[in-house]
Design a protein around this ligand. Structure first.
Ligand code: ZN
Ligand code: ZN
Length: 66
């Protein structure tokens, strides 16, 4: 779930942050999360990302088919 906090990647305060991936616990803003998704790796800890892990809206665990 998204929450308001500090993005640990770009250190912007008071932004909506969430874990970039279930593979790690890094709380980043949507902008950084998108960048990480493009790279396929968490820019903070280096964990590999699943391309369909992050949903911008509150989709919870709803599976999305490409
Ligand atoms: Zn950020
Ligand atoms: Zn990470």
């Amino acid at each position: 779930m998204a929450q308001i906090g500090i993005c640990i990647a770009c250190e912007t305060p008071n932004v909506r942050v969430a874990t970039a991936t279930a593979e790690c616990a890094c709380q980043v803003c949507e902008h950084c999360a998108e960048l990480f998704m493009q790279d396929g790796v968490c820019g903070v800890c280096g964990a590999a990302l699943s391309t369909d892990d992050l949903v911008e809206e509150d989709g919870d665990d709803a599976a999305t088919c490409p």
